[in-house]
Design a protein around this ligand. Structure first.
Ligand code: NDP
Ligand code: 8X3
Length: 257
């Protein structure tokens, strides 16, 4: 197995959901952590809770210069990143494309695509130079299966899937691994964010189901990192048993109705 005790693990979006759960899971294995997000207080809480060395970075991954400076300026004891969990991301809105808010689309593209690119680009040279490392991206089932209102969100996650595969092509010949984790329905703050803080609407997404939990996904993330160094999980698609895909939709109404 890959030894994660004393490994340096960098988690984006560690203030909530998968990121916070992944930080806890790696900490349980004795890793040292760099945790980032925009909510400083939550990062401080996580740091206070964990007994391993933790560096907190208040960082908006959309800020290209800030990302580059934060990663270039890591103190030596946190600078050699072994595992990057590219998790920061969001869905904003569920309106059909013809009514969607362009600001929502910008926010998703800027965070889920461009933010992930900025962090990856800053971390990769060190991994390649050390000839070790693992980039674990958070894609989604939405990157493979369309659903009404998924539009730009699904598009950003399809990007993450393809970028993960293309990274593998560039890293061929090195020992740096790349994995795209593709979760389905999972109860975190995801829907609260998607619906602009509407807790009632968010709760309805999970009502009457047994969704995945953040800990379930943290376990998947951890598993891919802990596998022996010669194994690369390219994509890991995970759904709760209560979720599956449906058949093609066919509109049988008489035309014009
Ligand atoms: P949460 O809303 O619970 O967590 C999202 C995290 O991303 C927060 O820590 C938030 O931190 C961080 N984040 C958002 N925007 C930025 C930004 N601009 N800069 C830095 N950090 C940011 O959602 P999840 O844990 O569920 O989602 C994590 C990832 O998993 C996302 O990429 C999401 O698309 C994906 N995903 C989620 C699924 C689900 O059903 N829950 C399923 C499949 C994929 P802060 O606000 O403090 O900046
Ligand atoms: C989150 C899963 O199905 O809500 O990526 O888009 S879904």
């Amino acid at each position: 197995m890959t030894q994660l005790r004393d490994a340096t693990v960098f988690v984006t979006g560690a203030t909530s959901g998968f990121g916070a759960a992944a930080a806890r899971r790696f900490a349980a294995a004795g890793a040292r952590l760099v945790v980032c997000g925009r909510r400083t207080e939550r990062l401080a809480q996580l740091q206070a809770e964990l007994t391993v060395p933790v560096l907190t970075l208040t960082l908006d991954v959309r800020d290209r210069e800030a990302v580059a400076a934060a990663i270039a300026g890591l103190p030596p004891e946190f600078a050699e990143i072994d595992v990057l969990v590219n998790n920061a991301g969001l869905a904003a809105g569920l309106d059909p494309a013809q009514r969607a808010d362009l600001d929502d689309w910008d926010r998703m593209v800027d965070t889920n695509i461009k933010g992930l690119l900025y962090v990856t680009r800053a971390v990769l040279p060190g991994m390649v130079a050390r000839n070790r490392g693992h980039v674990i991206n958070l894609g989604s089932v939405a990157g493979s299966y369309p659903y009404p209102g998924g539009n730009a969100y699904g598009g950003t996650k399809a990007f993450v899937k393809q970028f993960s595969l293309d990274l593998r092509a560039d890293l061929f010949g090195t020992k740096v691994r790349v994995t795209n984790i593709e979760p389905g329905l999972c109860e975190t703050e995801f829907s609260l964010v998607r619906f602009g803080g509407d807790a009632e609407r968010a709760a309805k997404v999970y009502e009457g189901t047994t969704p995945l939990s953040a800990d379930d996904i943290a376990e998947c993330i951890f598993w891919t990192a802990a596998l022996p160094a010669h194994i690369n999980i390219n994509r890991l698609e995970v759904m709760p048993v209560v979720q599956a895909f449906s058949a093609f939709a066919v509109d049988r109404r008489p035309s014009g109705s």
